[in-house]
Design a protein around this ligand. Structure first.
Ligand code: IVH
Length: 676
């Protein structure tokens, strides 16, 4: 028998681990460093190994079971899992509302609706008996599905035991398991690197991850769940409104979507739809529409069902994010670092809300993996901020004479040899600064708004300047005269004068912007900021060797190596000297090796931002030491909200948390040396 002390320790470790899990995976608010979590987990495992009688099934150590299944069991749904009727337009929504009002005998006034993003994932059912997770199942045909208990247990936002003690004796929770976009991109990029099969979209990735007989595989996939309703409920009362039921689920430790809303009337549903449609690309997950549900459960009951769908709910669908089109050809683009990217030229097609005529094919391996040929019918996908990509080929539609794609042997721009670094998928042009494509890309980057911000120096003009041999590196820009510029095609005296003034104005900059503008490999804005804050001056920075560089937050061996290479390169340093000789200058920063002015603060960024992307805002805040969370809670310090902010903004107002707009955020960043 374990001593009372050990029993208590195990109990306390379990509680801690459950709480940390909940904070991290459900609230999206990490509360302890990974090492501390790992240490506690290790200790609990140790105790449970020494005292197997202490190891209960809902222990956090038991998420990933040891055994691999032979096949999935079947589960029958006592309360069938229904599907939803679809609406495709505002008119469809109006007639839906009219139908409901008629059925309810025109009660007068507006109906109250719960509005919820329609996640594109896999519908699942979780059964809790006396608060303990008993079973997880897929929807299947609605009447019976597959038993995926071993896999749902590995999803850390799914509690193995509910919080509190006021849950029904039997509670079946329903919701969607999905893969967040970020995790999907990361997972696919890693698979691509290894030359393995990638998933076509987050939905397929989630489905594939759940359909594993070995729970270890599922455990390694970045899956998430949002709960959106209940099925079987016995031995307990639930509140009278759907939205309140979801709130209760939240209280019990289940993850519910914060982007939902309760509105009065169908007009307000339309507004919610427009608001979310505008934010669709910025959401961390894929949605294919919005679900509107009559909020009052008594009314739901009264309205009832038709065959496989409830009368009281409808899904208004968004335009598709995947479409079929034809591959017309492939061009090979040379990036700033010489990376050769094959770009598919497509028959223009409307997808994800825009017309797409180019899509990335990533690299040579990807072309081979897809086995794509010119003339093929392909599926293009455009979701979120991600660049459009060719995700698969319809082999059965391949026309005769479809042409194989030949990857070039030398740089398509400067004819220099291509090289592929060990373990990397990309081929790079070795021409460096001799390559016109790399020159152009470097100058475009240098001039871009978040770098030196040279107003009026657009892509076309960079093209002209390099092609005419007037500039071949960024320092050359500051030698350009008004007369030279005015002589260019499509350039008047006035624009030439403006550009000269913009070049002059750009010389007064900040150290982080300057470092970022140099375009050193892997040195993005956040890293540039960290470097500037850590070293304070350019002289100190370029005197730093690997060891010193590794002390900077967010700098690992790869970045450090790129930096050292840059500082060791005579030609790169000559360009820096020329820039400074031309008058490019910045104030040194106060060295603040560890001073992180926003340390201890938790921020939430929501809505649409104009001057920077949400990721950039996030990186900048993190660079200043803040944590950036995905949802608003009492622990949130402040919320930066752009237009279209929804429930997070509402929640912040409710909790009386400071809300600032984008301009105020930019001011705050500027105040700490982060160039807006
Ligand atoms: S409610 C009786 N709510 O959409 C109501 N479904 O076409 C049944 N889905 O199989 C579902 N997000 O997988 C509901 N907030 C949401 C949803 C949602 C996604 C999926 C679900 C269902 C399908 C119905």
């Amino acid at each position: 028998m374990a001593a009372a002390e050990v029993v208590r320790e195990a109990q306390s470790l379990r509680e801690k681990l459950d709480t940390w899990n909940y904070q991290y995976y459900v609230l999206d608010q990490p509360s302890v460093p990974d090492v501390e979590y790992d240490r506690a987990m290790l200790r609990l495992r140790e105790i449970e190994q020494a005292h197997p009688e202490l190891a209960s099934d809902d222990s956090p150590t038991r998420r990933v079971g040891g055994e691999v299944l032979q096949q999935f069991g079947q589960v029958s749904h006592e309360v069938p899992m229904l599907s939803l009727d679809n609406a495709f337009s505002a008119e469809d929504m109006l007639s839906f509302n009219r139908r409901l009002l008629e059925r309810l005998g025109d009660p007068g006034g507006e109906l109250e609706y719960a509005c919820e993003p329609k996640l594109d994932g896999i519908a699942v059912s979780l059964l809790y008996r006396d608060g303990v997770l008993q079973r997880g199942a897929t929807r299947g045909d609605g009447n019976s599905g597959e038993d995926i208990t071993h896999n749902v247990r590995t999803i850390r936002s799914i509690p193995l035991r509910l919080h509190g003690d006021d849950y029904p004796h039997l509670l079946e929770v329903r919701g969607e398991i999905y893969m967040p976009r970020e995790g999907f991109e990361r997972m696919n990029a890693a698979a691509r690197e290894r030359g393995e099969k990638t998933f076509v979209n987050p939905r397929n990735a989630a489905a594939g991850s759940l359909r594993q007989l070995d729970p270890k595989v599922t455990a390694s996939r970045p899956l998430q769940m949002y709960c959106y309703g209940v099925g079987l409920v016995q031995g307990g009362e639930l509140p009278a409104r759907h939205s309140q039921v979801l709130e209760r689920l939240g209280d019990w430790g289940l993850r519910v979507n914060g982007d939902t809303a309760v509105v009065q009337g169908i007009q307000a549903c339309a507004e919610y739809y427009e608001g979310l449609a505008a934010r669709r690309d910025a959401l961390p997950y894929d949605i294919d529409g919005i679900v509107f549900k009559v909020n009052e459960l008594a009314l739901q009951q009264e309205l009832g069902f038709v065959s496989r769908a409830p009368r009281w709910a409808i899904a208004r669908k968004f335009p598709a994010q995947e479409e079929l089109t034809r591959l017309l050809g492939v061009e090979f683009q040379v990036g700033r670092t010489g990376a050769i990217t094959p770009v598919a030229r497509l028959d223009p097609v409307f997808v994800g809300g825009v017309t797409v005529s180019n899509a990335t094919l990533h690299n040579a391996d990807e072309i081979e993996r897809l086995d794509v040929r010119v003339g093929d019918t392909v599926i293009v996908r455009r979701a979120g901020d991600v660049i459009p990509q060719v995700v698969s080929v319809l082999r059965e539609r391949r026309p005769r004479g479809a042409r194989r794609i030949v990857f070039p042997a030398t740089c398509p721009v400067c004819d220099s040899p291509l090289e592929r670094a060990e373990g990397e998928a990309v081929w790079r042009c070795m021409g460096g600064l001799v390559c016109a494509a790399q020159q152009k890309a470097a100058i475009r980057h240098f001039a871009s708004r978040r770098a030196m911000d040279i107003d009026g120096l657009g892509d076309k003009l960079v093209e002209q300047l390099v092609d005419a041999g007037m500039v071949d590196n960024v320092a050359g820009l500051y030698q350009l005269t008004q007369a030279q510029l005015a002589a260019l095609e499509r350039m008047g005296e006035k624009s030439a004068a403006n550009l000269v003034a913009a070049l002059e104005a750009s010389k007064q900059t900040s150290l982080p912007r300057f470092i970022y503008a140099l375009g050193i490999r892997e040195v993005g804005e956040a890293t540039a900021l960290n470097l500037a804050r850590h070293f304070g001056s350019w002289e100190k920075l370029c005197a730093a060797r690997e060891e010193a560089l590794l002390e900077v937050p967010d700098v690992g061996p790869v970045v450090a190596d790129h930096l050292v290479q840059f500082f060791d390169s005579a030609s790169s340093m000559a360009v820096v000297r020329q820039l400074r000789a031309a008058g490019v200058r910045w104030p040194d920063l106060e060295i603040s090796a560890d001073a992180q002015p926003l340390a201890g603060q938790t921020w939430v960024v929501t809505g649409k931002l104009e001057a920077l992307t949400r990721d950039e805002a996030k990186a900048a805040l993190q660079g200043l030491g803040a944590k950036v969370a995905g949802s608003v809670s009492a622990k949130t310090t402040a919320v930066a909200a752009g237009p279209g902010a929804g429930s997070k903004l509402a929640r912040a107002r409710e909790l009386d948390i400071e809300v600032i707009d984008e301009q105020a955020l930019l001011d705050l960043l500027a105040q700490h040396g982060v160039a807006p």
